[in-house]
Design a protein around this ligand. Structure first.
Ligand code: NA7
Length: 519
């Protein structure tokens, strides 16, 4: 966004809480942190030089490599000179007279700006459950998204980890066997599909480079923002055995190719098909875990596959539970009562621990936006406006808050897609919109209430026709006690969404009100 707006001749300033660029990949440095999107598409597509020069080492990029990449891009585009690091935005207030935002920083500095763009991420505000006794815990404790610098040697430690989402699964597979003992506190089992990570060979990379234009085109034109083909027979046209054959083939390919086995979206909207897929994974899990009782605890039965964000298995996650130095505690059956000075007490037992790791996720989609205390027209805060769940038009703007753009905001496809492509699409749309406003002499843009109502209704309707309501997921805010539960990302696919946004722009920003501040 900085690069694009600066190229358009705007005066741009970025405020960043971290000490360097990197966002998610700056903060999430826990052992095993890796991206589930394939590396050759988990990067910027807007500048050919960037993706032709950079070479990823593995099929899925590990956190340090992504961070190196982002820092390399920032250097190449000379971005640092416009970024103020370790600067946290604490409030932002809109003035309708001048159509400007006044943004306040933690150190008291105030800046006034015409446009205020949030690029604060969807999974950036860590969620820490409010367990009694944590203050008095005498060991070390960490949240995975606020991991300390430097390597930690767990060799002599009894480590406890709470959470078996994507993060917990990565952490457990990595640290199982490194710690003296690892105890996993699991509330809900998950469906981890093998990622099949491996080094990228030179000839494979040459082929990627030769085909990059096609790869990007196919990715942009897809539901997930990933250039994968799928089984063309409709799922209804295949017998159960044929479906299982396709799944077995996809299981061997690994990663999100498995979710993309059939017509885009079908696994997430067809309950019969989904049950075959879910049962297929359950069987795989049972086949990997030696102890039948542990296996049953690891088999998800409370929600269909994909209704929660599907995690990836990089390192024989299920096999980790066959080790003598790894044990599983079911805290759904016997919930955590409290943290004690030396461990965790559940309603059934006490587990002594030296180190406690919270892989408990994020206040997703809205947490980081709301943390900025944003106040729009008529003194209304965004928190008040979104009390019953976020309301946006296209996930890009919210009415009552003119000139505020949200990159990958709620009700945009974001977390359901390959993020860099979703981010680029928003960046391009916002930059084009600002250019259009400049060219036409406008300086205020606001989403119309009716367009927003329709967009919210549309997003909810699409989600209701899918299986998402059958899980207590962060997609719906269900992981944070007290948060309004409403499905937050736009589930209609990046391809469709891209077209809708392009049409809105072509139709002179249909659904938005554009004005001059003075009149
Ligand atoms: P997630 O997917 O939100 O997972 C958090 C995990 O923590 C999940 O297993 C939760 O169980 C568990 N949790 C949360 N609170 C508690 C309490 N109070 N007691 C026990 N267990 C708890 O976060 P991740 O960081 O793994 O992944 C977030 C996204 O980042 C991921 O989906 C990718 O998009 C990247 P629950 O399932 O709620 O029962």
């Amino acid at each position: 966004m900085l690069h694009k707006l600066r190229e358009q001749g705007l005066d741009v300033r970025v405020y960043e809480k971290g000490a360097e660029v990197g966002g998610t990949w700056y903060w999430n440095t826990y052992p095993g942190a890796r991206c589930d999107s394939e590396s050759h598409i988990y990067c910027f597509s807007f500048d050919e030089g960037l993706h032709r020069e950079w070479e990823w080492s593995e099929r899925y990029p590990e956190q340090p490599e992504i961070l190196d990449y982002l820092q390399w891009v920032a250097d190449r585009l000379d971005l640092h000179r416009n970024i103020a690091f370790e600067r946290e935005v604490t409030s932002a207030t809109y003035d309708d007279e001048t159509a400007t935002w006044s943004v306040e920083l933690a150190d008291g500095e105030r800046v006034t700006t015409r446009y205020f763009v949030t690029a604060v991420g969807c999974l950036s505000e860590p969620f820490l459950p409010d367990f009694d006794g944590l203050d008095a815990f005498e060991g070390e404790w960490y949240h995975t998204a606020r991991w300390p610098d430097g390597e930690i040697d767990f060799g002599d430690d009894h480590v406890g980890v709470i959470g078996t989402g994507s993060t917990g699964i990565q952490f457990i597979s990595e640290v199982g066997g490194q710690a003296d003992h690892l105890t996993v506190f699991q509330r809900t089992p998950n469906y981890a599909v093998p990622a099949r990570n491996r080094p990228l060979e030179d000839d494979e990379y040459d082929e990627i480079r030769e085909n990059y234009d096609d790869i990007w085109e196919q990715a942009r034109d897809s539901r997930l923002g990933m250039p994968f083909d799928h089984e063309h027979e409709t799922d209804y046209g295949l017998s159960e055995d044929e479906i299982r054959d396709v799944l077995e083939e996809r299981w061997q390919q690994g990663g999100f190719r498995f979710l993309h086995s059939f017509e885009p979206g079908s696994i997430l909207s067809n309950p019969e098909l989904n049950e075959v897929v879910s049962a297929f994974i359950r069987e795989k899990i049972r086949g990997k875990v030696d102890d039948p009782e542990t296996a049953e605890k690891l088999v998800p039965t409370d929600h269909p596959y994909g209704s929660k964000r599907p995690p990836m298995d990089y390192n024989d996650y299920y096999g980790t539970y066959n080790r003598d130095d790894v044990s599983l505690v079911d805290v759904d059956e016997h919930p955590i009562e409290r943290v004690t000075a030396d461990g965790i007490r559940t309603t059934a037992d006490h587990y002594p621990l030296d180190v406690l790791v919270f892989a408990t996720g994020f206040d997703a989609m809205t947490g980081a936006i709301l943390a900025m205390d944003i106040e729009g027209k008529n003194d209304q805060t965004i928190e008040e406006k979104w009390e019953a769940g976020p309301r946006t038009y296209l996930g890009l703007m919210t009415s009552g808050f003119p000139n505020l753009f949200t990159i990958t905001g709620p009700q945009s496809p974001s977390v359901l897609t390959n993020m860099p492509l979703s981010i680029e699409q928003h960046v391009e749309w916002i930059a084009d919109c600002i250019r259009y406003m400049d060219e036409h002499g406008y300086d205020r843009i606001e989403a119309r209430r009716e367009s927003e109502d329709q967009w919210v209704q549309n997003t909810n309707m699409l989600a209701e026709n899918m299986l998402f309501s059958q899980a207590k997921s962060w997609y719906r805010g269900a992981n944070v006690p007290g948060k309004t539960q409403v499905f937050t990302p736009f589930p209609g696919g990046l391809d469709n969404y891209r077209e809708i946004c392009a049409r809105v722009a072509r139709d002179d920003y249909d659904g938005f009100e554009l004005e001059r501040a003075s009149g």
